[in-house]
Design a protein around this ligand. Sequence first.
Ligand code: GLN
Length: 449
Amino acid sequence: ACLARIEALNPTLNAFLHVDAEGALAAARAVDARRAAGDELGPLAGVPIGVKDNYCTTDMPTTCGSRMLQGWIPPYDATVVKRLREAGLVIVGKTNMDEFAMGSSTETSFYGPTRNPWDTDRIPGGSGGGSAAAVASFMVPLAVGSDTGGSIRQPGAVTGTVGVKPTYGGVSRYGLVAMASSLDQPGPCTRSTEDAALLQAVIGGYDAHDSASLNMPVPDLIAAAQAADLTGVRIGVVTEFQGEGYERGVLERFAEAVELLRAAGAEIFEVSCPAFTYALPAYYLIQPAELSSNLARFDGMRYGLRAGDDGTHSAEQVMNLSREEGFGREAKRRIIIGTYALSAGYYDAYYGSAQKVRTLIQADFTKAFETVDVLISPTTPTVAFRIGERMSDPMSMYLADLCTIPSNMAGNASASFPCGLSDGLPVGLQVMAPPMADERLYRVGGVLE
Ligand code: GLN
């Protein structure tokens, strides 16, 4: 059924870049065989799933939405992919994304934009718009994404799906093509809170291959998602993430959701986090800095695109030509910003200052969590915007992640849950919990359904 649905809708939505129908059917049959052999498989065994195209997969290409890696098949599986396979999930294909996960609309993909199933003239969010659109359009019930500044949560919000960014270190980044290593975090994209809990339970937990992996038990996320009660839970509404710049419909749905949480037993407070205002500018120094260093490996020599290799160019020229042809505009913009911010003489002024802001954001979170259990805000200031609307203005594109970035900067757990429609388009509510308290996200999300 999933394959038929993909065949019918993918030509319009472009959510999947690669579909492996035969491989998926074989994987499904293998699950049957394992069951017949008495293998104790978990609750998601046999369930089809889409995987964002920045996870290494040995049986499918991994392009990261870039021309640079067109057709590249990795030599190993990412830990997330390995765990999905071990748990018997059926990987149907690889989902579209902004190039190397830079963007908020999936428009920077070399393979064309993904369209939002709610309105195909609009963006499905980014960078993981392919995963979100695939789940929202019932192509697959589950998908995985990666969230560096909001790339799971913002697509979740604008497609009416659940998107979770676990605590940094909660899910292994091994085999996830690195974008900004201190911010990147894999997580679930699903239609319900319970589905997300089941999926995080499969992909989460310690992995020796990720140096930042947390060696601690995954909390009982499923029980939290099913609790359906918020008695005694203290919820803080972030003062800085409301008012000017937020669409009226978004604020209305948010206010209604707050009442729902109150009715479920939560106590609601208003909490000011002044440093959150500086999260976006600080992110756009730290993120390009780390990205410029991570993308340096794409040099036309080791793997990926090699341009100008016709015997008439020097190695350095081949390197330049490969990068010129292999990277799109946004990747080049950020490489330039990042290398500049890291250059001698500017390092302290830019990267150093941004790291100090990061510490202030962490301090705001720590202080807030002394009085409340979770913080909430709209996930994104507006509903899905139109394709093309923000492509010529990077600043307006960056604003889509205004509310999601603080959690990446601090390494917190954070998620977006659907909270209704504004003029027929989905609105998301963001929940932010302290590091290693992911179960609190699920407890709140479970009530919103
Ligand atoms: N939209 C943000 C950016 O472009 C976040 C991307 C992400 O989370 N991968 O950097």
